[in-house]
Design a binder for this molecule. Structure first.
Ligand code: CP
Length: 319
């Protein structure tokens, strides 16, 4: 087996047992993940994608919400590293009979997993779980709170296309209020020295945007002016009790990314979206499919590599 090079940005150990959010990560930690993930991108493009450093370890994917990208990429990441991966189907588990998150976690813990990747609609659920189990817990998205591996894969995508993150102007547009992706990205991208703008209608803007060190805009054209990176977000209707926008048509008119609005960003600006993309609502189909500008599928590729890097570092293999 060929050993991948040790991540080079910092000689210090990756001193984290869990990945619950961006808080607590240093710039060195982040570059450690990104450097290691970059090596996995190359490995994943080869016919033999296996690098079985986690042979004998067990990973459980515990998803209380739907997912395509995150769950599949955690599964691929674990399997390519040689771990045994269990995808627990919550819809056919004893959760449906009333078992609590804590009892579910303690039950799974008794089977001695090494990693649990958890997605849950309640903010803070992975933190609660981490206090009850002996293994590493990875937050795969908790309510409107955080989605740290998504922000890391977004950072890797930006770094690969722009050569850096520090000094870039990055606009995050859409339903900021309900977005765990926006929260993790605001923390991570400002930590790495980017100037972050958030663009949203007043109803979808968080209460104190300045507390994240970002600049709020209520007009797409002003917010997009001279940006290097534009990130669009889905409207998270599953977290809304009532409608936050007048109509889909009006939303797209004012807040949907199309070529006319995109013309305010820099000529070489790139587009990111964590997905799923709702065509004709947060982004025009034509732009989403423009391979010169849209990095949406690159983000998916980066997702596997970043999750491999996170698993390796949490397992202590990257020390
Ligand atoms: N980006 C993301 O979290 O997508 P999924 O909901 O499909 O996992």
């Amino acid at each position: 087996m060929v050993k991948l090079k040790a991540a080079s940005a910092s000689p210090s150990p990756f001193a984290h047992r869990h990945l619950l959010g961006i808080d607590g990560l240093s710039r060195e930690d982040v570059y450690r993940v990104l450097d290691l993930a970059a090596q996995y991108i190359d490995k994943n493009r080869q016919p033999d994608k296996k690098h079985p450093i986690l042979k004998g370890r067990t990973m459980i994917n515990l998803f209380f919400e739907d997912s395509t990208r995150t769950r599949t990429s955690f599964e691929l990441a674990g399997k390519r590293l040689g771990a045994d991966v269990i995808n627990m189907s919550v819809s056919s588990s004893s959760v449906k009979k009333g078992e609590t998150l804590i009892d579910t976690a303690m039950t799974l813990n008794a089977m001695h997993p090494d990693f649990i990747a958890v997605r849950h609609p309640e903010s803070g659920a992975p933190h609660l779980l981490a206090r009850k189990v002996n293994c590493s817990v990875i937050n795969a998205g908790d309510g409107c709170h955080e989605h740290p591996t998504q922000a890391l894969l977004d950072a890797l995508t930006i770094q690969r296309h722009k050569g850096k993150i520090e000094g870039l102007t990055i606009a995050i547009c859409g339903d900021i209020l309900h977005s765990r992706v926006a929260r993790s990205n605001m923390k991570l991208l400002t930590l790495l020295g980017a100037k972050v703008r958030i663009i949203a209608p007043a109803t979808l803007m968080p209460a104190s945007p300045q507390s994240f060190g970002v600049e709020p805009y209520y007009d797409m054209r002003k917010g997009l002016k001279d940006c290097d990176v534009v990130m669009t977000l889905r409207i998270k209707t599953e977290y809304m009790q009532s409608s936050f926008v007048p109509s889909a048509r009006e939303y797209f008119h004012f807040w949907g990314l199309d070529r006319e609005k995109m013309s305010y960003a820099k000529k070489d600006a790139i587009i990111l979206d964590p997905g799923p993309i709702i065509r004709g609502l947060q982004i025009d189909s034509d732009l989403a499919d423009d391979i010169a500008r849209s990095m949406i599928l690159d983000q998916v590729e980066m997702g596997v590599a970043v999750r491999q890097a996170v698993l390796e570092l949490l397992a202590g293999e990257g020390k």
